[in-house]
Design a binder for this molecule. Structure first.
Ligand SMILES: [Zn+2]
Length: 163
């Protein structure tokens, strides 16, 4: 208890991260798929590629796809709306980044009609961005697509909305 009060590692500490804690918020969040195979690359893209260290992570299966209005995403949509609303209010978000990825398992049972899955993903991110913008005025929202290229992960811009 004394160690906890003194802000030191307690005797039972299992692990101490090499990363120092920095208290300043960056006022940005990213919504992307939970798929852990893409996690490190998402982190690097957001922190290095977009210059957003310490961004808030909102990782759920399919990322922002549930905001596009698919029947299968009804409950996830309500949950994600509540999570976003909390972060916008409590963490003072100004910027939201949406990232879809190639081969996303979320789309296995999503009816895409005559469109390819990637076309459906592009449409979904556009709809998701419009939905977030409609519910929360004044946010900067940008969308990206992550795909495998030569054994690595490349990110391409899909759209950018400035308030
Ligand atoms: Zn996925």
């Amino acid at each position: 208890m004394t160690d906890i009060l003194n802000n030191r590692a307690a005797p039972r500490t299992l692990f101490v991260s090499s990363q120092p804690f920095e208290g300043e918020r960056i006022a940005a969040a990213a919504i992307y798929c939970s798929d852990g195979r893409w996690g490190e690359q998402m982190d690097e893209f957001l922190q290095v590629g977009l210059g957003l260290p310490r961004y808030d992570r909102v990782a759920i299966p399919g990322g922002a796809a549930c905001l596009a209005g698919h029947m299968k995403g009804f409950h996830e949509k309500l949950s994600l709306e509540a999570q976003l609303s909390f972060l916008i209010k409590e963490h003072g978000l100004h910027k939201i980044v949406l990232i879809a990825h190639e081969g996303c398992a979320y789309y296995k049972d999503v009816w895409t009609g005559s469109q390819s899955v990637i076309e459906q993903q592009a449409e979904d991110l556009k709809r998701a961005a419009q939905h977030i913008e409609f519910c929360n005025k004044g946010l900067e929202i940008s969308s990206y697509f992550a795909r495998k290229v030569d054994g690595k992960v490349a990110f391409e811009p899909w759209s950018n909305h400035q308030p």
